[in-house]
Design a protein around this ligand. Structure first.
Ligand SMILES: *Cc1c(COP(=O)(O)O)cnc(C)c1O
Length: 373
């Protein structure tokens, strides 16, 4: 089976995990957690970071600290994974969904004014904007920040898919009050499961770290002034994280090379296009996403997905927009046509940095044979 995005694990990763087993520092109190936090903060160019059990947990902590409640709204992109949205509900607020732009597939800043107006009409107060860096491409943080600053709300960035991506040379997450990253098994680097919250605000990260550790006030008898969570990353996971992080640039380069190989071979096919790389951005190509223009080819993405599956190749539709999800049926939505088209036309192709050129060629052969008139 050629997998969509299998973990890229080597001897260095193995050594790091075995060393942790040998020295016994497996828990979240391990020095490896602090080491990973510091190395990750350096990589993303932020002053502080705290390692947690998932990207979803990182976002939840950031939103929890805003003290949201009934009557509060958070603006989020409709085209994303639910891990970027569920924390809004966990934190007690209501999401307002906004369509993406065709240039970068991320939250369209031009729709933000309308989202604020809609919140007002619904009797809701917008308390934050949580854009995402989808599929490994940075959102237009400057344009989003311009509106957020004018309205006086913070931006918390869901950079879960964008470890290794840059905008104007700065790492994904830059420009937001805080950014969340994911090290889930299928992301560009993995800790098996895990996440990170990064920020330049020392107090914000210190409070997040405390909340993630059951909000224990330092005292031998376990003192609690507030209720927290059990969200800390384990030492075992963090040791793997540091090992993975050391080769992040290689992994980005490989994913981009895989994307290039697809493009060289498939760009010329009628009706085929790929996710754009917007100006100033280094798309990490966490996933290579292909679009099948339904006016130019008779083959639907689902038919191609089934043909690939029959050949032992895993592919996956583009994220189903949140406003089309049964659970969010009644939620406010601004626009929607762009994300609906991407969902209808898109297919994520095998993109893992472990894939060989021969495997990519096999995927291309099946696509060519399926799309041949
Ligand atoms: C993976 C992902 C998350 C959540 O990360 P987990 O570590 O799986 O909790 C959030 N948002 C997006 C867009 C993701 O792809």
């Amino acid at each position: 089976m050629i997998a969509l995005s299998a973990p890229d694990l080597g001897p260095v990763d193995r050594e790091a995990v075995l060393a942790t087993l040998d020295d016994g520092w497996v828990s979240s109190a391990a020095p490896a957690v602090t080491a990973f936090e510091q190395a990750f903060a350096r990589t993303v160019g932020r002053a502080h970071a705290t390692a947690v059990s998932s990207g979803t947990a990182a976002l939840h902590l950031a939103l929890h600290m805003l003290d949201l409640g009934p009557g509060d709204a958070v603006i989020a992109p409709t085209l994303t994974f639910i891990g970027g949205v569920a924390p809004i509900l966990h934190a007690g607020a209501r999401p307002i969904f906004v369509d993406c732009g065709a240039a970068d597939w991320n939250l369209d800043p031009a729709l933000l004014e309308e989202a604020f107006a809609r919140a007002g009409r619904e009797g809701l107060t917008v308390r934050a904007i949580v854009p995402a860096d989808l599929y490994g491409q940075c959102c237009d943080i400057a344009a989003i920040r311009a509106v957020a600053d004018e309205k006086g709300v913070p931006v918390i960035l869901d950079s879960a898919e964008a470890v290794g991506a840059t905008l104007d040379g700065r790492h994904a997450g830059h420009g937001a009050m805080a950014a969340a990253y994911s090290f889930n098994g299928n992301k560009i680097i993995t800790t098996g499961g895990g996440g990170m919250l990064a920020s330049d605000d020392a107090a914000l990260i210190a409070r997040a770290r405390s909340l993630a550790t059951a909000a224990r006030v330092p005292a031998v008898h376990y003192e609690h002034a507030e209720v927290g969570f059990n969200y800390r990353m384990t030492g075992l996971a963090a040791a793997l994280g540091s090992a993975q992080l050391a080769t992040l640039e290689d992994k980005v380069a490989r994913r981009r090379a895989i994307h290039g190989r697809y493009r060289d071979r498939l760009d010329a096919l009628a009706g085929v296009a790929f996710a754009p790389e917007a100006p100033g951005r280094r798309h990490s190509r966490w996933l290579t996403v292909m679009l099948l223009d339904q006016t130019a080819t008779a083959v639907a993405p689902e038919a191609l997905r089934l043909a690939l599956e029959a050949a032992g190749i895993e592919s996956r539709p583009v994220w189903k927009p949140m406003h089309l999800q049964p659970v969010f049926r009644d939620h406010p939505m601004i626009g929607g046509a762009v994300s609906e088209r991407l969902f209808a036309d898109g297919l994520c192709l095998p993109s893992g940095s472990v894939l060989t050129d021969a495997e990519i060629d096999r995927v291309c052969e099946v696509i060519e044979a399926t799309l041949a008139p």
